[in-house]
Ligand binder design. Structure first.
Ligand SMILES: [Zn+2]
Length: 219
């Protein structure tokens, strides 16, 4: 019997796969009906395959979940990138708007004393001691204008130091919350010719107009 068991067990795989010849097949079948041990081994072989199938289904299921997760992850990453972009965009818009809206230019009358000029600077500092204040002389103003109208040089050719039409000015960079107050301090000041402040009040309009549209169209 032991010897027969060895032969049968060697043949079991082929038997299970159905590739035994009729004679061998009948031999195995007959043996299995009378030998408990081999029958048990055969049964276990089949069980293993079943559990193998279950494993395969589980793997397929996991793969599906993984696929779904991958899609979800992609969506989450996309939304995150969008959010980060929006945050950076808004920060950029508001920083550049604050810069723009906090700019004041104070044009000075001609022939005022150095003391008057200094005094104007002091008034600005009284409102905002951290303001960046740049003095632009008449000469610099004329040169800047000539630079801007380079293509029509003749237009400004006759103007020089002796007949400079441009006023000196202070260019002030402050926080936009101080602008109105700075403006109001100079309304009745005899040394000041005029004050210009930036008037666009919508940061997005400002950004699209001055930072995107104009640079692109080259105006
Ligand atoms: Zn046996």
């Amino acid at each position: 019997m032991k010897n027969e068991c060895d032969i049968v067990q060697d043949l079991l795989f082929s038997y299970k796969d159905g590739c035994l010849k009729q004679g061998s097949k009948e031999f195995v079948e007959k043996h299995l009906t009378k030998c408990e041990e081999c029958a048990k081994i055969y049964k276990e072989m089949n069980n293993e395959e079943d559990s193998g199938n279950t494993e395969k289904t589980e793997i397929d299921y996991l793969k599906k979940i993984k696929k779904k997760m991958k899609r979800k992850t992609k969506i989450i990453i996309f939304v995150l990138i969008l959010l980060i972009f929006l945050i950076i965009f808004n920060i950029t818009v508001f920083i550049s708007y604050n810069d723009y809206a906090g700019r004041v230019e104070i044009f000075l009358e001609d022939n005022i004393s150095e003391e008057d000029v200094k005094n104007i600077e002091n008034i600005i500092k009284e409102v905002d001691q951290n303001a960046e204040i740049e003095y632009k002389s008449k000469e610099k103003a004329l040169n800047d204008l000539k630079e801007r109208f380079k293509e029509n040089e003749n237009l400004l050719a006759g103007y020089g130091a002796s007949n400079n039409i441009m006023p000196a000015s202070y260019i002030v960079k402050t926080d936009k919350k101080y602008v109105t107050e700075i403006e109001s301090r100079f309304i009745n000041n005899n040394c000041v010719k005029k004050i210009t402040v930036n008037t666009e009040t919508n940061p997005y309009v400002y950004f699209f107009w001055y930072k995107i549209y104009l640079p692109i169209t080259g105006k």
